[in-house]
Design a protein around this ligand. Structure first.
Ligand SMILES: Nc1nc2c(ncn2[C@@H]2O[C@H](COP(=O)(O)OP(=O)(O)OP(=O)(O)O)[C@@H](O)[C@H]2O)c(=O)[nH]1
Ligand SMILES: [Mg+2]
Length: 355
């Protein structure tokens, strides 16, 4: 890693990026990840033309097979001659080599394919910075002109779920071993899923999880209660026959009914259906106008992210603020102040400074 001096070759880098040079993209990502001088201008310039690409996120518990599915899906998209960017927020990162790569032929294949650009982001603890940096890397990939960008995150914790919101279509990958539908609900995965995939369909317990998920989705959508008169009680089996939540081709109206699919990432079973369903969701996003709604919501979050970070930067880089902090500490020690009075002084100084 080079020093954090301003980047002298910014223009060259930018030109390379805009001309579609992968080296330009790699350098841009490094500038953004390390928050080197001028990274905001760089992002501003490349993002001016707005979102360009389809973003598909894959999330779920550790070891569910997200990377294996991403690899299988990427291979299928390559068969359709798509150029792909992959961002993996991945503690074990099988893409980038290491002990795990040996037994993963597919990973190796996609890691050396010039039509695929993979970037693994190290998990740096639970610092809020990871989510923002990852979203920025996804934005860079989006602006670069890939046909599609795939994002893998472990679906535990706020940061990861936040990153998930950078995708247009979110595929939640579960496995029988990861627990039941209730656990998925508790982890907040029900809220983020556009498509559920029960992977490792070769394992016992997969059909039960599929059934549970469909029932949970059905209940959540409120249809089960609407379809069946209350005095008959809620017969879920009957409700499932009335509404086939699983069949993406039967979408009607404005609502997207979250399908539950099964895959075996090792054999590739179910991957074609997953691709079809991702396309169906894309069509729905476009036709319903939901894509615009989603992108606006995302822009709002990004603006907040940037303002939060810049406020922090402005505050803690300011001599005046650091002076007030030291003063506040002394006042607290002398029993003349509290963290609130000190913070109040700092905020007043900051707001005056920026006015
Ligand atoms: N039997 C079976 N094993 C699978 C399947 N998909 C993935 N695996 C195996 O499950 C293990 C975990 O797969 P990964 O693709 O690394 O899972 P992941 O969700 O990306 O894991 P993390 O990124 O570490 O959370 C690997 O040993 C895979 O070979 C499947 O469909 N069936
Ligand atoms: Mg993984």
């Amino acid at each position: 890693m080079k020093s954090k001096r301003p980047v002298p070759g910014h223009q060259v880098l930018l030109q390379g990026f805009l001309e579609g040079s992968v080296r330009g993209l790699a350098r841009a990502i490094s500038v953004v990840e390390n928050e080197r001088d001028g990274f905001q201008d760089l992002l501003h310039t490349v993002m001016t033309s707005g979102p360009q690409t389809k973003r598909v996120g894959f999330t779920g518990p550790p070891g569910a097979g997200k990377s294996s599915i991403v690899a299988a899906v990427a291979t299928a998209y390559r068969g359709l001659e798509e150029h792909l960017g992959i961002v993996a927020v991945d503690p074990t990162s099988p893409y980038s080599g290491g002990a795990l790569l040996g037994d993963r032929i597919r990973m190796n294949d996609i890691a050396t394919d010039p039509g695929i650009f993979i970037r693994s982001m190290a998990t740096r603890g639970s610092l809020g910075g990871l989510a923002t940096a990852t979203k920025e890397v996804v934005d860079l990939m989006d602006s670069f002109g890939f046909d599609r960008v795939l994002v893998e995150t472990v679906g535990v914790g706020q940061t990861e779920l936040e990153v998930t919101a950078a995708a247009d279509t979110v595929v939640v990958v579960l496995v029988p071993e990861s627990g039941d539908a209730i656990q998925a609900m508790k982890a907040g995965l029900m809220e983020v899923a556009d498509i559920f995939v029960v992977n490792k369909a070769d394992r016992p317990g997969a059909p039960r999880l599929v059934k549970e998920l469909r029932q949970a989705l059905h209940l959540r959508s409120g249809r089960a209660l609407r379809d069946i008169p209350a005095h008959h009680g809620v017969d879920l089996g009957k409700a499932m026959k009335l509404e086939r939540v699983s069949d993406a081709s039967e979408q009607e109206g404005e609502e997207w009914a979250v399908p539950v699919l099964t895959t075996n990432a090792l054999t590739g079973e179910g991957v074609d259906k997953l691709l079809e369903t991702v396309e169906a969701h894309r069509r729905w996003l476009v036709e319903s106008g939901e894509l615009g709604v989603l992108r606006r919501a995302r822009s709002g979050i990004r603006i907040r992210d940037v303002v939060d970070r810049e406020m922090r930067r402005v505050a803690w880089n300011s001599e005046r603020v650091n002076g007030l902090l030291t003063q506040g500490v002394e006042e607290i020690a002398l029993g003349r102040g509290t963290p609130y009075s000190a913070a109040d002084n700092i905020l007043r100084a900051l707001l005056r400074q920026r006015a």
